[in-house]
Design a protein around this ligand. Structure first.
Ligand code: PPE
Length: 310
């Protein structure tokens, strides 16, 4: 993966100001660095036929404020202000197709688990980011393993909040998979049912119907998940989005795929060295993947695109 030093990016929006990339610094005693007390978003903008546009920006912004709630993080900027900051950032960086990372976190004031009077700092960065699991993965699918790490239960931490600290679980699962020669992991929840990937939701196709773990399975309610459910229903599929999926059902699935803002729609061709279906991208996955990429290329469904005026 290319590092930031190899990218043509020079500006970050930080607490109300546009600062030079190298000056976007925080103090080492920042609360969030010690306790993971931040919430963030991952969003993509696409260079659509209708001009550069942020995909499902409103929904991502809404989730950011909702993630902040259980932690009492008071984001002092309004959605309109964060929208203006982001669109201006993309204009200044001349980015049409990119990944956007807003983050709000307890900043520098005092340490101790209680954030006390620590400020809520807010930053938005954007940079070019290609296919999350590799370009080849989009076509041929990825080989994954079921992680030995379980996902934290929603009774332990709010799993519907996109909290920075929670991602140590994703890191453990993903790195375990990569150490074992796989591209990505699937993580089971505390009950032993399928939850999601470290940074993706998971879909299963069987006998022409589509299944995805319900929101009570300790998953993040993905916005791409919602997009794909909507597209699949429009394509005439029955989508069961409130089910439990057992580990064994992964192996007997006709098709499996991941969804996510970063991962987009990525087929899974093997789980634990067992081929899924024909062992390549399946036809339903291909249909929905095409529908997804057609959508973000065209940028025509206005309610899902926030266009960047030049
Ligand atoms: N589950 C998890 C745990 C998750 O992190 C993501 C997004 C999803 C599901 C899919 O959600 P959505 O993007 O709203 O469809 N993961 C983000 C972070 C990836 C990263 O490596 O960082 C992302 O895709 O931006």
């Amino acid at each position: 993966m290319p590092g930031f030093e190899d990218m043509d990016v020079d500006t970050i929006w930080m607490d109300g100001e546009f600062v030079d990339w190298e000056n976007a610094q925080v103090h080492v005693l920042t609360h969030a660095l010690h306790y993971g007390s931040g919430v963030f978003e991952g969003v993509r903008a696409y260079d659509t036929d209708n001009g550069p546009a942020i995909f499902r920006w409103e929904e991502h912004l809404e989730r950011l404020y909702e993630s902040a709630k259980p932690y009492d993080l008071d984001i002092e900027y309004t959605p309109a202000e964060l929208t203006e900051a982001t669109t201006e950032l993309l204009r200044r960086e001349d980015l049409a197709s990119c990944y956007i990372r807003p983050i709000a976190y307890y900043g520098y004031h005092e340490l101790g688990v209680s954030p006390g009077d620590s400020p809520t700092d807010v930053t938005i960065a954007a940079w070019p980011w290609g296919a999350y699991l590799g370009e080849e993965a989009l076509e041929n699918g990825v080989e994954v393993m079921v992680s030995s790490w379980r996902k934290h239960a929603s009774s332990q931490v709010p799993t519907n909040a996109k909290t920075t600290g929670l991602y140590v679980n994703s890191m453990l699962a993903g790195e375990e998979a990569r150490r074992n020669g796989f591209t990505e992991a699937i993580v089971l929840n505390k009950e032993g049912n399928v939850a999601e990937g470290p940074g993706e939701n998971l879909f299963l196709v069987r006998d022409g119907e589509i299944f995805t773990p319900g929101l009570s399975e300790s998953i993040l309610g993905g916005i791409t998940r919602d997009t794909v459910i909507t597209l699949a229903r429009e394509h005439g599929y029955t989508v069961n989005d409130d089910v439990s999926i057992s580990r064994g059902e992964l192996h007997t699935a006709d098709e499996l795929f991941f969804t996510g803002s970063a991962a987009e729609v990525t087929p899974i061709r093997q789980v634990d060295n067992v081929e899924i279906g024909s062992g390549t991208r399946g036809p339903v996955t291909e249909e929905l993947q095409s529908a997804f990429f057609d959508l973000v290329e065209a940028g025509e469904r206005e309610e899902w695109f926030h266009y960047i005026e030049q």
